[in-house]
Design a protein around this ligand. Structure first.
Ligand code: BTN
Length: 327
């Protein structure tokens, strides 16, 4: 018996007794209990309702390929070469990178209900409880060398914002280069990874993590301020949002070599969370302070400092203490 089968029964959010689950699955109550223990290990909170059974509060909307495909535009359907839905894997980016390295990754999309080793930027871990969020990676091959990818990670941020808007979520902003924020709290993140030649063909993996229905008890390891989409839009469907993301991301990748970041710059600026604000930018040990002007055509951060304008192609930006809202 797999954990998936138990989850399909619990996904409705109702209380189910151990006996009922055992009967439905044709196994003993002890076998059910062992699977539920595993669920806890996968980071998903389960309620034990005394004398009645087990419950996944608010239920889970599990991923379904036919629902995702149903909402794809004709263009996205054509660009998508393979859609792989996984239960638990280490990291969807690892899986997509494997495919990219093997030379059969172009248009490959990998999704998972759970990641045991989800990765964030700057070597951080990406908290990935079962069935609550979106963990999506998309591999793409570019012919013109790594230079054509300039600004791509920011453009991906714009694609996410557009997908969220199409799902009825407004008021989302981007923190350079591509953190997706709502009222200053992180909703989603992007991890771009590359394989190949700086000059010749190169493969890129676009990894997107979106918090959809994560609960505070499942997010204890997150060190920054975060939130889930369900706090804004309780009805939002994970399957629909996955399709909306693919409808934005696949055409973006298909046209990026021709369009470049300049095509997205204005849209990025329109949702720039730190525009005109006092920020500090850390690059390794080096800290620079100033007012954020915006971004360049290459996607670099433009900072007005006492020593004049400085441009940053990498690093981490944060608001200066004086700019932070009292918590
Ligand atoms: C960030 O730190 O903001 C980037 C987070 C990226 C997380 C996603 S989840 C899907 C894909 N697989 C991973 O291991 N990471 C990315």
């Amino acid at each position: 018996m797999t954990i998936e089968r138990v989850l399909h029964l619990l996904a409705d959010g109702a209380v189910h007794s151990g006996e009922e689950l055992g009967q439905a699955l044709g196994v003993s109550r002890t076998a059910v209990w062992k699977q539920l223990k595993k669920l806890e290990e996968l980071g998903t909170e389960l309620q034990v309702v005394k004398g009645r059974g087990y419950q996944l509060e608010n239920g889970l909307e599990l991923m379904r390929e036919e629902l995702i495909r149903h909402d794809l535009t004709p263009e996205a359907s054509t660009l998508l070469t393979e859609l792989e839905l996984n239960g638990s894997i280490d990291s969807t980016n690892n899986r997509a990178l494997e495919r990219a390295r093997a030379g059969n990754g172009h248009g490959f999309v990998c999704l998972a209900e759970h990641q045991s080793a989800g990765r964030g930027r700057h070597g951080r871990k990406w908290v990935s409880p079962y069935g609550r969020n979106i963990y999506l990676s998309l591999a793409w091959e570019f012919g013109g060398g790594a230079a054509v990818l300039e600004g791509l990670s920011l453009a991906v941020g714009v694609a996410i914002v557009r997908a969220l808007q199409s799902a009825g979520v407004d008021g989302v902003e981007l923190k350079w280069p591509n953190d997706v924020l709502f009222q200053g709290k992180k909703l989603a993140g992007v991890l771009l990874e590359m394989n190949g030649d700086a000059a010749g063909p190169c493969q890129v993996v676009v990894g997107v993590g979106i918090n959809v229905a994560m609960r505070p008890s499942e997010a204890k390891d997150i060190e920054q301020q975060w939130m889930s989409l369900h706090a804004i839009q309780p009805e939002l469907s994970r399957n629909r949002l996955i399709a909306a993301l693919l409808n934005e991301l696949l055409p973006l990748l298909a046209n990026y070599q021709r369009q470049g970041f300049s095509h997205y710059r204005q849209a990025w600026e329109a949702v720039n969370a730190y525009k005109g604000r006092e920020v500090e930018v850390r690059v390794g040990e080096q800290l620079s302070m100033g007012t954020m002007i915006g971004v360049s055509d290459a996607g670099a951060l433009r900072l007005a400092t006492e020593a004049g304008e400085k441009t940053f192609y990498g690093g981490e930006a944060s608001l200066r203490r004086s700019e932070k809202e009292p918590s």
